[in-house]
Design a protein around this ligand. Sequence first.
Ligand SMILES: [Zn+2]
Ligand SMILES: [Zn+2]
Ligand SMILES: [Zn+2]
Length: 290
Amino acid sequence: MAVARSTELRLDRLTRAPVVVTGARQNRPNRPTGGCPFCPGGLESPEPYEVRWFPNRWPPLDKDRAEVLLYSPEHGLALWQLGVAGVRRVVDLWVDRSVALGGRPGVAYVLLFENRGAEVGATIDHPHGQAYAFSEVPQAPLRELTLGRCALCDPPAERTIVSQKGLWRAWCPEASAWPYELRVAPASHTQSLPALGDDEKEALAVVLVDALARLDQLFDAPMPYMLWWHQRPTDDGEWPLAHLHAHVAPLLRAPGTPRFVAAGELGSGVFFNPVVPEDAAAKLRGLPGA
Ligand SMILES: [Zn+2]
Ligand SMILES: [Zn+2]
Ligand SMILES: [Zn+2]
């Protein structure tokens, strides 16, 4: 049987969708045995740390282009539970990895993201995210970068806003594909995490802590989510439309009830959202937050 030893980028001949085939990753453990490898003293973090990064041991991309980012030495906390000071350290780590990976020759795009919760495939319950460094700008950000004008410079409707601080806002986009979906962005046309000033980083930490706390308060249970950052590519392009923002896609549409992407949606490319985004925003706004 042919097993892909490393990673290979293929294009589907029908859909033209790019797929990275990572045969070797099938051998990775679903859950590590023994102690948590991310806790201080563990396999991936022998020394004490506040935040830390290291190359992914089971890389989905070649050449150390996939990293694990540890948000905190404390096991079992959510990102928002690190508080503003803790999240501020995570923001600095995101900036650091954006600069370091984006500065490498041949890296066109740094994608920072987090899968939170076993339901979305997080195999270790220790606060962490990841970074992928792509040699080309991937399709999802590229689509947004080639729209013709910056959609994020238009302020979101007041009734969709969940949380704000300084120039930063978190809101439920009017055409959210996911129930309780959040978009997080500064009002200013800041292009990347490294371009943020100190005050803006602080305000980002405040908004993230507050908005993500509300997701956990919504059903009084930890909300599994996928979070990813979109920022300016790191190739030589101009990219005038790059406007830093995060997408947050929560998994649950009701307590204990996941939102599955269904055949009608994949078959049509049209999403069906059972929660009216303006109602989602009102509900999230009404919670205590952090
Ligand atoms: Zn741990
Ligand atoms: Zn803009
Ligand atoms: Zn985006």
